[in-house]
Design a binder for this molecule. Structure first.
Ligand SMILES: C[S@@+](CC[C@H](N)C(=O)[O-])C[C@H]1O[C@@H](n2cnc3c(N)ncnc32)[C@H](O)[C@@H]1O
Length: 185
């Protein structure tokens, strides 16, 4: 896709889908997801802003299936109220951008999946943006990170939970955009 077209589509997602990723973060996520050859896993979809980015990138790239994991529990984080009402909007986003073939919506908590069985060949890209407290981020990182063969990206990496995880596990930040970090061990 032409550079200009990607820009137009990402801006359309920003306009149409409520979320907290900015353009630069979305572009960085897009540029990495387009390279994935194994399944892409997103933890935390909300109303689907990042989900749409991952789906569109994968369609333009290697057509790796995107697993978007979110059970939409009711809670508040960073001043935002999350809950079941977001599920309908997530599904609408996926349909609006014609991504239903490439995106698998997984309505189960991230910690409830048998990841080794589901992703037996490994994960091509892991995007962690669920709950941001240390315990939750660590649980997601340990469970999924072990089978990632490509990138691991953290949103809100300057927040306490992800920041502590990155430090304590000795992850190297190799690229950032806004509050999105791509890491390596
Ligand atoms: C910050 S939002 C995600 C934002 C989204 N990535 C975007 O681009 O707009 C966090 C989401 O994580 C979900 N979540 C929280 N804990 C989770 C868990 N253990 N497994 C899956 N999803 C979870 C919440 O329901 C919420 O929708």
């Amino acid at each position: 896709m032409e550079k200009q077209t990607v820009e137009v589509i990402l801006k359309m997602i920003i306009k149409d889908v409520k979320g907290y990723m900015n353009y630069d973060e979305m572009k960085m996520l897009y540029d990495r997801a387009i390279l994935a050859t194994l399944p892409i896993v997103e933890i935390g979809a909300y109303q689907g802003r990042s989900t749409a980015v991952l789906g569109l990138a994968s369609e333009m790239g290697n057509k790796a299936v995107v697993y978007s994991i979110d059970h939409h529990p009711e809670y508040s984080d960073g001043g935002v109220l999350f809950g079941p009402q977001d599920k309908r909007k997530l599904l609408r986003t996926i349909l609006h951008f014609n991504l239903e073939r490439i995106i698998n919506v997984v309505n189960i908590p991230s910690y409830g999946l048998d990841v080794c069985r589901i992703f037996s060949d490994g994960i091509g890209l892991l995007y962690i943006d669920g709950k941001h407290d240390y315990k939750s981020v660590m649980r997601d990182y340990i469970k999924y990170g072990a089978i990632v063969k490509g990138d691991i990206l953290f949103h809100d990496f300057t927040w306490d939970g992800p920041r502590k995880l990155i430090k304590e596990f000795g992850l190297k930040i190799v690229e950032t955009a806004g509050n999105l970090a791509r890491t390596e061990l």
